[in-house]
Design a binder for this molecule. Structure first.
Ligand SMILES: Nc1ncnc2c1ncn2[C@@H]1O[C@H](COP(=O)(O)OP(=O)(O)OP(=O)(O)O)[C@@H](O)[C@H]1O
Ligand SMILES: [Mg+2]
Length: 352
């Protein structure tokens, strides 16, 4: 089922929009992540889809049907939460079958369906256990199976993995993707973890300041961030941000063309600072001092000083002696120019 927001706003306090004029479409069968920092409006958006909240303005459509005023029950939604919310006194199979009991399915049919779903989420060997006897990952599998019991049109997951340790999170992230692809159910997944969002989604919607900052395919967020916020939020390493004016005497202006003069700040990803000039870098380099050089397993990190600004760099290269004078080069791919509003000027058509 397709989900569409048309000019949707929500204000908990009159006059102050928590979400402002959201317009987007989530296509049938897609997995979309709502990503953003705490308080960005992710859960609020999810609750508007589930019907637990009604927008202050605008309309919400499921396919062609206007569901703006439809009750949560009529929307045929499955929901999974961070804390699983399972029934502790019930067995795995009875937890999964619970929504079917409420819907008056007969016992045999609902246990058959529970067994089928348990197989889908890989807990078929745990059916008779109490949910208290399961690990966190297994409990979350049961919660997903229960959300799917009534064959919902849409599956909503609000930070479903945040109670799990790092390794289990990665495993369950891939599992959710597998289950979603097997069922082809339109799925909306909330997380504040950019790496999780990047790994699992068809598209990612970044929410911040009551607005959609960007809604794109994961790699587009990384390669072509719409603005400074997205550029800093996406990526495993820090984005270095500093005043463009620091580059005025470096020759980089010649490399960057007409956007250069409009730029107020520049951003460069740590992984795109290198020590050798190539086709992938700009012609002109920056004279820096190496302040620090470390290695953590496969990755090495370096800290440079350029006109008093510290630049983080990371890569697969060997470590160097500190206090050395070095020339660094920026790879074009991870270098961005931002205007006074923070918008990425590199996204504008170039006229050079
Ligand atoms: N019922 C409510 N009444 C008043 N304000 C609310 C209510 N629910 C959420 N808010 C406010 O709306 C904003 C968005 O909240 P929301 O829960 O959607 O954020 P979130 O992106 O899910 O954050 P988190 O990552 O912390 O879960 C916050 O400033 C929050 O304080
Ligand atoms: Mg939330």
């Amino acid at each position: 089922m397709q989900v569409r927001f048309s000019h949707v706003s929500l204000a908990f306090t009159p006059g102050k929009d928590t979400l402002h004029d959201l317009n987007f479409t989530i296509n049938d069968g897609e997995l979309v992540c709502l990503l953003g920092p705490s308080g960005g409006g992710k859960s609020t958006t999810l609750n508007l889809i589930s019907g637990l909240l009604v927008p202050t303005a605008g309309e919400i459509f499921f396919d062609d049907q206007d569901v703006t005023q439809m009750s949560p029950l009529d929307r045929k939604i499955g929901m999974v939460f961070q804390n699983y919310s399972l029934y502790p006194h019930l067995s795995v199979e009875n937890n999964i079958a619970f929504p079917l009991k409420i819907a008056h399915w007969n016992k045999q049919k609902r246990l058959e369906r529970a067994a089928e779903l348990a197989k889908l989420v890989h807990v078929e060997d745990q059916l008779k256990k109490s949910v208290n006897e399961l690990s966190g990952g297994q409990q979350q599998r049961v919660a997903i199976a229960r959300a799917l019991a009534k064959d919902p049109n849409i599956l909503l997951l609000d930070e479903p993995l945040s109670n799990l340790d790092a390794r289990l999170r990665m495993e369950m992230r891939d599992e959710i993707r597998r289950i979603q692809q097997e069922t082809k159910i339109t799925t909306i997944f909330v997380t504040h973890d950019q790496s999780e969002a990047m790994h699992i989604s068809d598209s990612v919607m970044v929410l911040h300041n009551a607005q959609i900052q960007q809604y794109s395919k994961p790699n587009d967020l990384y390669d072509h961030p719409a603005n400074e916020f997205v550029a800093s939020f996406i990526g495993d390493n820090p984005l270095n941000i500093f005043d463009r004016s620091l580059l005025d005497d470096t020759g980089l202006k010649e490399d960057l063309g007409s956007s250069y003069d409009k730029a107020v700040k520049v951003g460069v990803r740590a992984e795109n600072i290198v020590l050798t000039k190539s086709d992938e870098t700009f012609e002109h380099g920056l004279k820096c001092k190496l302040l620090k050089s470390d290695r953590y397993g496969l990755i090495s990190t370096r800290l440079y000083s350029f006109k008093g600004v510290e630049l983080d760099a990371t890569g697969l290269t060997e470590i160097h002696d500190t206090n050395e004078d070095v020339t660094i080069y920026f790879q074009k791919q991870g270098f961005f120019l931002f205007d006074e509003k923070g918008d990425n000027l590199s996204l504008e058509p170039r006229h050079d």
